[in-house]
Write a protein that binds this ligand. Structure first.
Ligand code: PMP
Length: 418
């Protein structure tokens, strides 16, 4: 069992044997699989077992693994040098493409991860407004910048408290946390603290605590309140950007944020993030303005090539087709007794209860059921992200053959849930 041998060694190198905690199988039980090769919607582990992948590297691989055109673009860029640490043409090409797909992005900056994009956008918002407080929502994940590793304080306290050791309590006090879908809490928060607020940040399609689809009115009201109180609205579209349509959630809901953050798909599987939006706001970024933000590998030419080759292939027709396929996969998931599958585009959430809008509405029983599902599906050759709080990602490579395998797996596991 090569997987097990590798994992035993990994435990000696990395905390928990992994380089990102979400990869550990602690929530679902068992040990993580080691993969050595991926193609289309499938990948093979070190024991030689092939799985249909429903995690797709947590979102970037919307065109499938090892897509020929993307590999060719990367190979071409690679031949010309891995990193220059100076401007290169490919940064412009990707920026042009992003701006064409997301018209409110007037100026942007490339970074190397979603966390960095969010961390930088928060700094920009604070620098632009000369205010320190930020607002986030319980059930949204924004990467692991200190300001975002904060949960709601108890009772009526509007200050957050650190949700990770190592985050200073005083940082938490500058982050306020509200529940999603709570219109009253939103109104009273802004009355009380709106004028202190640098920005509100939200995943317009919260997809890190399951899929907590929001009422459009909630997002619209948040937009209005931010404008009224002079706070910036940041849409964290690290998952939803280029996933739910060319213009992401902002386009889908018809709401324009002041800044947005992206990652995952814009790198086509390479480490890329970006933040951008209003040009008057972006004018505060160094070297034009006083907000410092930098990166040795930012705008890396090979990563830019992967991102560009990916975005160039994401046409409205591709999204329409993906949506149609995803509807079929979600309906098939629901053949499992008790399972509902909330969905937006190619984001699916296998959930053993009715769909919810708030993180505290997710029942522990539903997660226990998911853990059982995870193992059962894995045994059938279907790889789901190893936590009931994670969504499934489909790609254009989830073809009829994969669907047939999925259908067979669902039929095999369904009796266990009667
Ligand atoms: N924001 C959102 C909405 C995310 O989903 C993630 C990662 N899943 C991040 C930020 C952080 O991105 P990264 O893991 O690339 O740092």
């Amino acid at each position: 069992m090569n997987n097990d041998i590798l994992f035993q060694e990994a435990l000696t190198h990395f905390p928990g044997g992994v380089n990102s905690p979400v990869r550990a199988f602690r929530a679902v039980g068992g040990t993580p699989k080691f993969f050595h090769k991926a193609w289309g919607c499938r990948f093979e582990d070190e024991d030689g077992r092939t799985f249909v992948d429903l995690c797709m590297s947590w979102g970037p691989m919307i065109l499938g693994h090892a897509h020929g055109d993307i590999l060719a673009a990367v190979a071409e860029a690679m031949q010309e040098g891995l990193s220059f640490g100076a401007p290169s043409r490919r940064e412009l090409l990707l920026a042009r493409r992003i701006k064409a797909m997301v018209p409110f992005i007037e100026k942007l900056r490339f970074v190397s991860s979603g966390t960095e994009a969010v961390m930088s956008a928060l700094r920009v918002a604070r620098g632009f407004t000369n205010r320190e407080r930020v607002l986030k929502f319980d059930g949204c994940y924004h990467g692991h910048a200190d300001a975002m590793l904060v949960k709601a304080g108890s009772g009526l306290v509007t200050f957050g408290i650190p949700s990770s050791a190592g985050v200073p309590v005083s940082y938490g006090e500058l982050t306020s946390v509200l529940p999603l879908d709570d219109f009253e809490a939103l109104e009273s928060f802004f009355v009380e603290r709106g004028s202190e607020l640098a920005c509100a940040i939200i995943e317009p399609i919260p997809a890190n605590n399951g899929l907590l689809v929001q009422k459009p009115e909630f997002l619209k009201r948040l937009r209005e309140l931010c404008s009224t109180y002079g706070a910036l609205l940041i849409f964290d579209e690290v998952i939803s950007g280029f996933r739910v349509g060319p213009g992401g959630a902002a386009e889908q809901y018809g709401i324009t944020p002041d800044l947005a953050t992206y990652g995952k798909i814009i790198g086509g599987g390479m480490p890329v993030g970006c933040y951008g939006g209003r040009k008057d706001v972006m004018a505060v970024v160094s070297p034009d303005g006083p907000v410092y933000q930098a990166g040795t590998l930012s705008g890396n030419p090979v990563a830019m090539a992967a991102g560009l080759a990916t975005l160039e292939r994401l046409t409205p027709q591709v999204y329409a087709e993906l949506d149609g396929h995803a509807a079929k996969w979600a309906a098939t998931f629901e053949r499992i007794p008790g399972l509902k599958c909330p969905r937006i585009g190619s984001l699916l959430w296998p959930l053993f209860q009715e769909s919810v809008r708030r993180s505290d509405a997710v029942q522990t029983g539903a997660i226990t059921q998911f853990n059982k599902l995870h193992k059962a599906m894995l045994d059938q050759g279907i790889y789901l992200a190893p936590s009931g709080y994670e969504v499934a990602f489909l790609s254009t490579a989830h073809d009829d053959a994969a669907y047939a395998d999925f259908e067979k797996a669902v039929a095999a596991v369904a009796p266990q849930f009667n």
